[in-house]
Design a binder for this molecule. Structure first.
Ligand SMILES: [Zn+2]
Length: 61
């Protein structure tokens, strides 16, 4: 199975349509590393609330 990593960002933002969201959720149940990716994305979003955009760039891969 391919990893929908490009969807995780939109998932974290709640921007995915229902079918894609379910696809990602099923994937996250199975693949721990993608759950970790999602946690990282959520952490970045939490940081973006507290810090300005130029600082956020430092945290991106
Ligand atoms: Zn995956």
């Amino acid at each position: 199975m391919r990893h929908p990593e490009e969807l995780l960002s939109a998932y974290a933002d709640g921007e995915l349509p229902e079918d894609k969201r379910r696809e990602v959720e099923e994937h996250l149940k199975i693949y721990k590393h993608c759950r970790r990716e999602l946690e990282k994305l959520k952490n970045w979003r939490a940081l973006s609330v507290m810090q300005n955009a130029s600082e956020i760039l430092v945290y991106k891969v």
